[in-house]
Design a protein around this ligand. Sequence first.
Ligand code: ATP
Length: 708
Amino acid sequence: MHLPDPKDTLYDIWLASRSPNAPNRVQLAPGAQRPLTIAKLSLAGQIIARCGPGFFTLVWGLHPIRTLIMLALNVARGAFPALRGYSQALIINEVQSSISSGSFTWSHLLYLLGTEFSRMVLETAIDSFATLNENLVYGSARFLIEYRQMEQQLRLDVPTLSDPTTRDLLHESDLFVRSFAQAGIGGFGFGLLSPLDFVRVLTLLSELASHVFVLSSLTAATPSSGTSRTTQLYILAFSLITFILPHIVAWLRCPDSFNRYDDGGLPYTPQEARNAERQEKMRNLAHSDPYRPEVLVWGLGPWILQGWSKARRAMLGLDSEHRGTSNFIGQMDLVSSVLAQINFNFADLMMVVQNIPLMLVLQQSSGALGSLALYRNSVQQLVFTIRQLFTTTRMGLQSIFLMGAFCAAMEIEPLLAPKEDDLVQYVSHERGMKIEARNLCYTYPGSKQPSLSNVNFKLEAGERLAIVGHNGSGKSTLAKVLLRILDFDSGELLVNDVSVRHYNPHDFHNHVSTVFQGFSKFNSTLAENVGIGFVDKLKNTKAIEHAVKLAGATRIVESLPRGLKTRLDTAGADPFTFPSLNGSTENDTWASSRSHQGLSGGEWQHIALSRAFMRAHRPEVDLLVFDEPTSSLDAHAQNRIFDTIDDISRRPSGDRTKSVIFITHRLSTVRRADKVAFMENGTIVEFGTHQELMRRNGPYAALYRASV
Ligand SMILES: Nc1ncnc2c1ncn2[C@@H]1O[C@H](COP(=O)(O)OP(=O)(O)OP(=O)(O)O)[C@@H](O)[C@H]1O
């Protein structure tokens, strides 16, 4: 049993909360409910102690007065149902006694109804004000939490996000954020309880207290009846038991239905998590446009439907296939249905028994009908409130763990960010970036084979390096390591004679420009697709036109119906529509959808190159990395791109100002490089000028001869 240690971080505590109870069970799926054990309660206590005060101060600081009003009104709201019942019972009692005494008048009845109506108006007014006030407090808190989450998400780098445990942490942190989405709007969002919903607990407690008060005053109503206090207590206890018993029997039949969130929205067991994942995967395959051609060509429809329906049926508990296959399970079904019937009959019986204390109350309160109705209503409400409190507390416990995940996620530091003491400011080199790799090794998380092993090379400032090699030899991985997208496991990478790990990646990225092999295609305008290469100039049409010209894409732009403003159709490659970054007023989706335009693979490559050229020519950029920049371009376009890269990376006088690395399978372009690195099995096996390597007559020479 893990008990928190003062040295444990929030992350450790969150991690411990996910460990299963029994040693042979698997780790709880992200979002799965923690079992109710002493150890887990102790962890929950630690989370509250560590991140509760900070969190609540944060939310409290948004609207202190409104939050106070919200708390007070939620206590008051709790008394409303009992008050309502009480007031309506009084009316019935008065009408009953006036009829029996012969003094009934319609005007008196109207007066009573008028009083009740005024009470209702007042209650509604308070309720509306409370809701308005609450929405404001909730809205601000929701924004703050979502903002913090977005801010942190954007700080995190690829290695941090590749860690499976970090991904689980962020998943739970996201559930916490989602719990705010519907907080306060009738019920708990996604079956989750946000910390703001804790005011509901106040309401429930106050509701509970008011029902108990009404009930005790009813049973103690007529001392003249001669019933002792003990008997009155017995009556109350008896009626409570008769109302609670059916719930207990139902719980014995199916404890899970009481334990879990009742919207079925969250996975509970690892099996459910797997089903949820499969269901989602199949749904995406069915709905997503980019997969459509292959779904059709390979005839995947039935397979998708079958996979989805199996997972979905299991999620919805409709999996009769499993139930029908085994005799034992069949028998269990029979037992279960008999139990259900017994439970049903039992509930019927209880309805009869529940009337016994009612009769006693009726006898005590001189046969007042209002009291009878009030009594019955109060007991029902009381049981309902107790059950709600139980569910809320259970959900509350889970929300504490999710809050722990959120707070722990906020503390994650990006893996590539250097510690403050190690930080070195990047200083530009006049001739470009100088790079030296010493025994670089890297294995992707979860992979057994290293993708880079003992990579050694040296690139002087201003030099051009071509990286070539067979598929899967590690070229793109090396490019990502050099670009500080990925870290390396061992070895050294010196940039301008300083270990690259000392640079802040954000600072370092200001000095590079690149085209990735799998560059992004945004479902947005052409201008935005290019402009995001240098966000500062996103609204600068001239800068975008210049970049487009450098990439030789002017003809493409001119051929489009709305030029730079044409929305590029990615055929769903981008799952979400790229938001209008430049605050464009083009909000007529219908009109813009008419001007959607698809591009060919080569045209898209021109757009990606334009994006890189948005900043490539800037003086602060010291390194250009192109991963297969011309793989889809014709020979003329390819030559023009390499000429442009050449122009950009030197002054008019001819002096080099930028280092260039390009990865290519088109070996005819390699002659443009000063050095060639030939990669095999994750390492550089040959390094030198094209002529040197040809003279060596090794694997590079063989590949060159085969391809040219
Ligand atoms: N995200 C990943 N996770 C695990 N392994 C990966 C990942 N990406 C690449 N690899 C593996 O790393 C190795 C090198 O891949 P890389 O993409 O660097 O090769 P490449 O030389 O660029 O290939 P190509 O010429 O086909 O583009 C391959 O064996 C590949 O399977």
